[in-house]
Structure formats: C-alpha cells, structure tokens
Design a protein around this ligand. Sequence first.
Ligand code: PGA
Length: 242
Amino acid sequence: MRVLVTPDYRTLSEEAAALVARAIRAKPDITLGLPTGNTPLGMYDELIRRHRDENLDCSRVRTFNLDEYLGLAPDNPQSYYAYMRARFFDHVNIAAENTHIPNGSPDVNADAECGRYEDAIRNAGGIDLLIVGIGSNGHIAFNEPGSSFDSRTRVATLAPETIENAKRHFPNDASIPTSAITIGIRTILDARRILLLASGPGKAEAIERMLRDPVSESVPASALRLHPDVISILDESVRQRQ
Ligand code: PGA
C-alpha cells in the first residue's frame, strides 16, 4: 500500500480528485466505487469544480455506491441516495441510469437486493477504481470488525460506535438505522484499484492499526494490504492522536 500524507484536508481532497479525474480521462467509461460520509465531501466538490471549469466529462462514467442504510427509502433525506444526488450527481453530467446505489427501502427484499447488486457490479465488468473511507473502528464500507474477508454484498449490523458517529446526521436518535446493505470485503478487494481517504485525529488509531497490526478480520481495513494497488491519502491531522 502506498501512503500519501498531505498537509491538510483541502490538499487531501485536491489530490483525491486529481487521481479520480485522471482515471476518468484515461477511461471515460470507467466504473467507480463511491463512498459517502464526511471525508469525501471535499473530493466531490473538487470534482464538480473540475467538471465546471476544466470540462471533466462524466457522461459515460458508471458508479456503484459502497453501501446504503437499510430502512431508508431513496427519498429520505438521510439516505445515501439523497446524499449522492445533493453532493455530486446533481452537479455533474453523469447519466442517472449509470449510477447505482443499493435500495434500502423499508419494503425491499434485502437479501434479493444484495444478490442483485453484486450481480450488477459483476455484469458491469467489475469496479475499476474504488474510493473508500475508514471508520474509527477500522470498518470499510459497513464491513464492521469481524466481517469475513470473503464477504460479498449483504445485510450488515452496524457497530455501536458506527451508530454513535451517525448521530450527528439524524434528527433524533430513534431514527438511526441499525443495519445497512454493504458491498463485502471481497467485493472491495475485487476492484482493480483502491483509494482510501482519511482525515482527522479520530481516524489515527484506525489508520495505525490498518498499517501495522497483523492482517486480520478484527481490523477490516487491514484487508487492503492484501491488494496490489492501493493508495491511502491521509492528512496531517490523522497523526494528531486525540
Ligand atoms: P466519515 O465516515 O467519512 O464520515 O468519517 C467514514 C466511514 O465511516 O467509512
């Protein structure tokens, strides 16, 4: 794994967007794996700027999001579907039919949806470049500690610290989902290239464990060390332990 440490969050976001933009220009019909959360917001802003100011063309780009809360319909403002539209899709020339997010609606047959989603990734030819954040407990997508490295898209129960971290985004604690549809660790490792982003002292321990602990299912992000083409872009704040 290559590790790039940038001075601040803004530079992290610019470096990440530059890498993604280069990949899009090299393969205009690229298939991207896309994350949600706070960390990629600056990268999305910078990609939108490049679309607006530098003609970055997303018209043939295909995307698969990494996960979605179970129990939230796409029109729920807390859904990742709503996040992706508001933060990225509505601001670039991506075709709606080329974007994919697991359907976490309350009435969905979740197991069938997981199988359908994994098949859709495979039928698209797999993911060329997958961008992922890391949880303070070392999770990647919603693969919490203990997740099998052979896992594929499935329903996962959220860890207590993941639910705690989600609180700031939900109007009241009762409405926070306790499970999600997530692509699996094997699905992540199947991607041809992986870009991991981490910012802030709350991620220091998780990054340290990802890089230095034995590769183990107790640290899901350590699975990335089994992949031949991973770059982690961190910023200096990750080094400032709380
Ligand atoms: P964050 O989430 O970017 O909001 O910190 C990352 C993650 O939990 O994967």
